[in-house]
Design a protein around this ligand. Sequence first.
Ligand code: PLP
Length: 241
Amino acid sequence: MERFIPDEKRIQQTVDNYRRIKNNVLETAVKAGRSEKDVRLMCVTKTVDAAYINPVLDDGADLIGENRVQEYLGKRDSLHLNGVEKHLIGHLQTNKVRQIVGEVDMIESVDSLHLAREISKQSVKKDVISNILVEVNIGQEESKSGIFLEGLEELLCEIAELENIKVKGLMTIPPICSGSEVRKYFEIMHKTFIDIRDKNLDNINMDILSMGMSGDYETAVAEGSNIVRVGSAIFGARQYF
Ligand SMILES: *Cc1c(COP(=O)(O)O)cnc(C)c1O
């Protein structure tokens, strides 16, 4: 493999992007009448080399999201992860669960009882508690993972029965659509989140509503998100290889 030489300009640009978006998230939260502490910025680091991630971590970023188990496990030793929370946000196959349980602080992409059972089983084996979010397919898109709204409460209650697993809230990726349409999806998500929270279901915490990405994070914050997951607006367009 060729020796990888990071581009200084790109590093500077990345840190500038991170600072600008961080400020913007906080300002948008305050404008929406929310507390700054109520909204966290996740840096989505998939496909990004550690050389560009570390400057952002050194600048104070305290939450990263990765999509793939293999990619995360392969690069984490080169990351400055002291005090940084790690979430898995990509679709998780049951056969990868064993490798990721205990290695991240939260799995945001749980969308079936089958998957939750495997997370529970591996968590018991490793004697850890796994924090999870349930992923909702708010646009009912065939191509996307996530549970449809109509099945959500039942799934939550089934997961709540499992050992060594803690439901902390909901995550969603809305369909690609116009700003006003996306706002509607976020509104529905927030309403669902509040409704479920107010039911005080046993063993279900509704603390976290993870929604909003590079193109729509401001709308998401205005509509009640408390984790926005931003990748390309910080690190630039992704290069898949
Ligand atoms: C890639 C990804 C993001 C970030 O997307 P950007 O549009 O680059 O900000 C957020 N959430 C999930 C689940 C992702 O896979």
